[in-house]
Design a protein around this ligand. Sequence first.
Ligand code: NAD
Length: 498
Amino acid sequence: MNENGSVSWAKKAAALSLRTDAFIGGRAVAAASGKRFPTINPTTGKPIIEVAECDGEDVNRAVAAARAAFDKGVWSKMAPDDRRKRMIRFADLIEANLEELALLDTIDAGKPISSAIVMDVPKSARTIRWCGEAIDKLYDEIAPTAPNALSLIRREPLGVVAAIVPWNYPLFMTSWKIGPILAAGNSIIIKPAEQSPLSALRLGELAMEAGIPEGVFNVVPGYGETAGRALGLHMDVDAIAFTGSTEVGKLFMIYSGQSNMKRVTLECGGKSPLIILADAPDLDAAARSAAWGLFHNSGQSCDAAARLIVERSIKEEFVERVLKLTAAYKVGDPLDAETELGPVISDTQMERIQGYIEKGSAEGATLKLGGNRVAGYDGYFLEPTVFDHVTNDMTIAKEEIFGPVLSILEAVDLDQAIKIANDTDYGLASGIWTRDINKAIAASKALVAGVVSINNYADGDITTPFGGFKRSGFGRDKSLHAIEKYSDLKSTWIKLHA
Ligand code: NAD
């Protein structure tokens, strides 16, 4: 017990009962090979438990189960109102198991429990509920034909959709796939990231409990090069919904071309710019959004505001505000309710980020804060790090670091800021702080990015599409557009013989 008389998060985490088998055809099953792989707690650097290591054979079994369920129509042809109710029950069950699911992501991915409890789990439930609610409110179309014909334009589910997801928001990113894929009437196979499979495995049971028929919801934990690749190349998978790096996203396009031309949608990396103009309505709020826009989730967000572009006349003063806020973040054990920033995901990722920090200094940026491992932990903790005097030709401004490293750049005015902002291979998110509506709208049109935030950074909810331009991918998660993406149009022309 802690001083408030409540059981500590660490004790609750230690008492978790972990699901470690794959979930195929409505049942927890071991990998066909019997193999298992360890999932590592990034806070301690030690294995939590071993999980079924699925490969091509398990993918075959999952695809067969998903296809059989689809062909039987147990979900795809269920009355919309019934499907809606079951998805809402699924969302309710996620909420009812809030603490457990939050703790799973905390031990598996180092996510601070404070944010997993208020953000990841409730928003995942909201995503699934919102998509479920839409099911019996979407109408098909009748074409404006001549009177001697009736033409129906109907949306049909695609069939078997595989969702390949990353580790940075294990439950939340998975919910962005589950919601629209199931709402459109498909069967789903989830391949969680090998770093963070635990919450997805628990979801399998909750889906069954909610009444999602067996075979409709499957989870195959395993490595990308085996399980992920097998899904990408499978001849009976109709679509891939991928979230992850640009490099792996490109592989899925190749897999598609080499197999059955399955459709692929890609939510990939970013190097997102946030512009702060001198006339920002509230410089304190702008500084908070700039610092948190990058450092939340220890910088491991696809839409992290990695390039902060500040108008010259306020730059020095603004940088001071950002540094003060950054220095105050509480980095530590994610099971401590006070912790704001947890570890990064792995030793490999930590070394990669440290390499970028070295390059930043070597290429002439000024290290203003951080740059080191946090002492006292065996896990993968890095100090929040700020570089000033960054220019767009430096590696730290060009490549996605995916860690707690902020780059600050300078612009003389809005035009130059937009040029700098758009000078990137990516186009996921962007933002601007200004009190001038004309400048704000001009920027929202000129920024080449799927998302533009004005006087905030990365606010928003399930109602708006999310996704990128350029090498950030294509296709959109969230909103009704995501449901459309997992269905296809069928035209039926009926000749009338009156
Ligand atoms: P990753 O690309 O390494 O892995 C993503 C998924 O792909 C994992 O499930 C992995 O097992 C699988 N995979 C890896 N190699 C594979 C291969 N050869 N064949 C098939 N599957 C393979 O990405 P990550 O490190 O897990 O996540 C970080 C990346 O995700 C960052 O680039 C980040 O920007 C991106 N991301 C994007 C969004 C978005 O909405 N745009 C959201 C979150 C994360």
